[in-house]
Design a protein around this ligand. Structure first.
Ligand code: NAD
Length: 355
């Protein structure tokens, strides 16, 4: 066994079916009485319905959460926090809603309860990405980490199959990069492998039957494990590329991760052979990068970044931006290879074996 450092993030996790009925107990445990409920406009009704389980502890609903956590939206929500004298937030939804709850907690240190409805995994991390004047700035702080996560498998039954697939691959991306992270350690790697295994098994079953509760439970469990990976160790080339592409071209988060991941893995394949062997084993294939491509493509995901909205001539600008302030990566960043990587992803081609 090699030496390692493991940094655990404290947090309480309730997992199961029908768990939203425990929300009042969780509020009681936190000793909070005036909870501000957060959601996107699309999930306002669902959030209101779920929040009923808080009984008379609801202070109000702010249903303006949106992608990339714009500071203006947080400022508007903060007015509700103050006006309603909220002493906690309940975030119901995906990474966008969780992001708003985290932005409020960063400013106020209010406790957060999160009820996730996608596989993004943000609920398990102390990381917040906020957008101000068109720039996304990422920060990490213990105040940002949610206190309680209530995973209710029933809520994910309505997640459309296409979103389930890309959100699931987005989760797998956290685990893949955790396996070759500079701070990789045996505990997080164990979670990463289990997370990939659970999602790779569950997603095809969900494609066949979106209401398959056992598969949904597997996927949500996998998403949590992958979220823990994201919150525990540093991410590398794949996340840097997605951060860059998302910021430059405003591409949809989970579909963009899905299209980039097989190519980022191909790029790193020969520089992190042990990690890649574990990814391949978890996927049940011989090759990590083509295995990821085939999984996503086979489940109907769009694999072309251009089809997702990236300009066809955007490759070299994106590579230039990604190479500036690059994250640590197991393989040094080389412009021609990165341009080739991104060109293949732009066209939606299968990655080259071995990068
Ligand atoms: P999202 O939260 O933007 O959700 C996309 C849409 O799907 C929204 O309209 C939402 O209301 C809807 N939706 C969510 N769950 C649904 C369900 N069960 N049924 C039907 N519709 C549903 O998407 P996301 O991929 O979960 O999150 C993406 C955002 O999260 C990005 O901004 C990303 O940067 C952030 N993120 C942050 C972290 C972190 O650790 N800070 C981690 C992962 C993602």
């Amino acid at each position: 066994m090699e030496d390692f450092t493991y940094n655990g993030n404290p947090g309480r996790v309730i997992f199961g079916s029908g768990t939203i009925s425990q929300l009042a107990d969780e509020a009681e445990r936190l000793a909070v009485k005036r909870v501000l409920v957060l959601s996107t406009p699309e999930q306002a009704d669902q959030a209101e319905e779920i929040a009923r389980h808080l009984g008379d502890r609801i202070a109000g609903l702010y249903a303006g959460a949106t992608m990339h956590t714009p500071v203006e939206v947080t400022t508007e929500a903060m007015r509700d926090v103050e006006k309603l004298r909220a002493d906690a937030v309940l975030s119901v939804g995906g990474g966008s809603t969780t992001g708003l709850g985290k932005a409020i907690a960063f400013r106020t240190d209010l406790p957060q309860i999160v009820v996730p409805t996608t596989y993004a995994g943000s609920e398990a991390t102390p990381i917040l990405g906020e957008t101000e004047n068109g720039r996304k700035v990422t920060k990490s702080d213990p105040r940002i980490l949610p206190e309680v996560i209530v995973y209710d498998v029933d809520l994910t039954l309505s997640l459309p199959v296409a979103m389930s697939v890309t959100s699931g691959i987005n989760a797998i991306a956290h685990a893949v990069e955790a396996l070759y992270a500079r701070q990789a350690n045996p505990i997080v790697s164990m979670m990463a492998e289990a997370g990939i295994t659970a999602l790779a098994r569950a997603l095809p079953q969900i494609k066949t039957d979106a209401k398959d509760r056992a598969a949904r439970a597997d996927a949500l469990y996998g998403a949590w494990l992958c979220g823990v990976c994201l919150g525990s160790v540093g991410m590398a080339l794949h996340h840097k590329l997605c951060h860059t592409l998302g910021g430059m071209f405003n591409l949809p988060h989970a579909p963009m991760h899905t299209a980039v991941l097989p190519h980022a893995v191909a790029y790193n394949q020969s520089s992190a052979p042990d990690a890649m062997a574990r990814v391949a084993k978890a996927l049940g294939v011989d090759n990590a990068s083509t295995g990821l491509f085939d999984l996503a493509h086979g489940l109907g995901a769009e694999m072309s970044l251009v089809a997702l909205g990236m300009p066809a001539d955007g490759v070299s600008d994106a590579v230039e931006e990604a190479m500036a302030n690059a994250y640590w990566n197991p393989r040094p960043l080389e412009r021609p290879s990165l341009e080739q990587l991104l060109s293949r992803a732009a066209r939606g081609e299968r990655p080259l074996d071995g990068g």
